[in-house]
Design a protein around this ligand. Structure first.
Ligand SMILES: Nc1nc2c(ncn2[C@@H]2O[C@H](COP(=O)(O)OP(=O)(O)OP(=O)(O)O)[C@@H](O)[C@H]2O)c(=O)[nH]1
Ligand SMILES: [Mg+2]
Length: 191
């Protein structure tokens, strides 16, 4: 077809592309150390029943269960379908981090402001994932509802990140969790 006779794209094709854009999921990885709040974050935001793989902690740990494979939740916004994949926090499940990275568009790295001793583990997870896939990412500092916890600017300093890449949240609360996801989506749009 020559330029002169071109009358614009086939309306059926345009409709099909719009549908694809709205239905192709954006895969977001939610990772971070043990107990950072990954499963909680996904349960708070998911609009569908969360698929989780919790198993009892048998070592007298600080919490009764831990994720052993993944968490999976979904969010449908006007613009996009978002798939949230949560990783296990414990290093013995490291093989799942690799599996879950596949096809991810962005990373939410959660750290608990209550447990600065886990920041080095968070850095390991960050390096593990980003050395395989240079994903846009944000850091969420959970447990901001508690007193005497590390605050986002301090965590940004620790990880040597810009302050706007690190947000505080209570992962049990939807608006606070949504603000973090929104920050990542803004980054994805710019990348
Ligand atoms: N107060 C408070 N509690 C939180 C917050 N985020 C998570 N929790 C609690 O912390 C505990 C651990 O949360 P999980 O969501 O299981 O943590 P996880 O990162 O999935 O843990 P693993 O899968 O074992 O690595 C749960 O009891 C949550 O209710 C938060 O921001 N504030
Ligand atoms: Mg979990």
């Amino acid at each position: 077809m020559d330029r002169a006779s071109y009358r614009g794209p086939d309306p059926a094709l345009v409709q099909c592309m719009k549908t694809s854009v709205n239905t192709l999921p954006i895969k977001i990885l939610v990772s971070g150390p043990f107990g950072a709040g990954k499963t909680t974050f996904i349960r708070t935001l998911s609009q569908t029943e969360v698929v989780d793989t919790e198993a009892l902690c048998t070592d007298g740990s600080i919490k009764p269960t831990t994720t052993v494979a993944l968490d999976f939740g979904t969010i449908q916004t006007e613009e996009a379908l978002i798939h949230l994949y949560g990783t296990p926090g414990q290093e013995r499940f490291v093989y799942m981090w690799e599996v879950l990275c596949e096809g991810a568009c962005g990373l939410i790295l959660l750290v608990s402001g209550k447990h600065p001793g886990q920041f080095s583990q968070a850095r390991k997870i960050h390096d593990f994932i980003l050395s395989r896939l240079p994903l846009p990412f944000v850091v969420g500092v959970t447990h901001q509802d508690l007193p005497r916890v590390w605050r986002p600017p301090e965590v940004a300093g620790y990880f040597q990140l810009e302050e706007d890449q690190v947000l505080g949240l209570d992962a049990r609360v939807a608006p606070s969790s949504w603000a973090l996801l929104q920050r990542l989506l803004e980054k994805l749009c710019k990348s």
